[in-house]
Design a protein around this ligand. Structure first.
Ligand code: AHM
Ligand code: MG
Length: 328
């Protein structure tokens, strides 16, 4: 075999003398397994009668799709069975859920969006699962222990269900690395060991229909991206994880700003914005909420939302400058 599989790759980068390092790799393997299971269901969604909504509404007030529920259950079941992490926080669960495990598991918090891009589920457009892994301080128990900023992530990544299934992750022992599922052998195979985001790009990804609802600074930012730069092009599919993946490989910036009525925006910090921000930074990109580094934001609840701007470093710098001038 020419390229290594995910398990071979993880085995080669794991410090076997460190229980935390071994545990982190085992958790990443479990998430990859969840990705394969969800990918299978995504591809069979029409055949298995899994289209449509469950009739339930989630903590964000959104209609839960049958596939959202399925994907969430895959994560819960796998981690309940193997006991590798102590706590799960998911977009689809109102409260953090304890899934038990040993003493070491108590130090690990896994956050995830089981199926990002829910509005694209029934229309065969790329969707994905995003995850963030945090190591909790052992000797500082506090009521806010779970509310960790993105800078404390110890691993993060996503599985992407498009024409092929990708698995992309970052951990302290690796760069940002990418894998593609070879379903004939049921394994992810390494495609890129060191993904880097181009510094510069003409692509921006934003739902521009929200323009009338933005404040002046955000309108100025998007005007600048559209007509103030040498070249400009829009790509927006409405699946953050899909837009992020394209922008990471080709260059580009994703924006989901707040509106005047809802300044904190829609993107969830702990399992959407922060994991992708950490990946972007590890790949040479940047992430802000306007003026502040996104990885510095401390959530005030598991489902905290924040304005999200992630992508090519030079473009993000220019955006920050416009916000900074306009807020003076
Ligand atoms: P979801 O996790 O329920 O799918 O919501 C998050 C999604 C992002 O993936 C996407 O970029 C955004 O919401 C699209 O929102 P909008 O339709 O307002 O542009
Ligand atoms: Mg999402």
């Amino acid at each position: 075999m020419k390229t290594s599989t995910l398990s071979q790759f993880l085995s080669s980068v794991t410090d076997k003398s460190s229980p935390h390092c071994v545990r982190t790799s085992d958790i990443i393997m479990t998430i990859a397994l969840a990705g394969k299971m969800i990918s299978r269901q995504v591809r069979e969604v029409w055949l298995d009668g899994m289209v449509g909504e469950t009739g339930e509404t989630n903590v964000h007030g959104e209609q839960v799709k049958k596939l959202d529920e399925f994907a969430n259950e895959v994560f819960v079941e796998l981690f309940r069975r193997n006991g590798l992490v102590g706590t799960l926080i998911s977009e689809e669960m109102g409260e953090p859920v304890q899934v038990g495990g040993d003493e070491l598991a108590e130090e690990f918090l896994l956050t995830y969006d089981p199926l990002d891009g829910s509005s694209n589920i029934d229309v065969n457009v790329t969707i994905g699962s995003i995850f963030g892994l945090y190591r909790l301080p052992k000797d500082e128990p506090s009521a806010n222990l779970l509310l960790q900023p993105g800078k404390n992530l110890i691993a993060c990544g996503y599985a992407l269900y498009g024409p092929s299934t990708n698995f992309v992750f970052w951990s302290p022992n690796t760069s940002v690395c990418g894998f593609i599922a070879d379903m004939s052998i049921g394994e992810f195979r390494l495609t890129d060991e060191n993904i880097k985001i181009p510094d510069e790009s003409s692509i921006y990804s934003v739902n521009e229909a929200n323009y009338p609802n933005w404040d002046k600074a955000t309108q100025e930012v998007v005007d600048y991206l559209r007509v103030g730069r040498k070249e400009s092009s829009t790509r927006y599919i409405g699946s953050l994880v899909g837009d992020f993946h394209r922008n990471m490989l080709k260059g580009g910036v994703y924006l989901y700003p707040g509106t005047v009525a809802n300044p904190e925006g829609k993107i969830r910090l702990m399992y959407e914005a922060a994991p992708l921000a950490r990946l972007a930074v590890a790949a040479g990109g940047k992430a802000i909420d306007g003026q502040q580094d996104l990885l510095e934001i401390v959530p005030d609840s598991p489902h905290h939302t924040c304005p999200t701007i992630i992508g090519s470093s030079k473009v993000v710098d220019e955006i920050r400058e416009i916000y900074t001038k306009s807020k003076k």
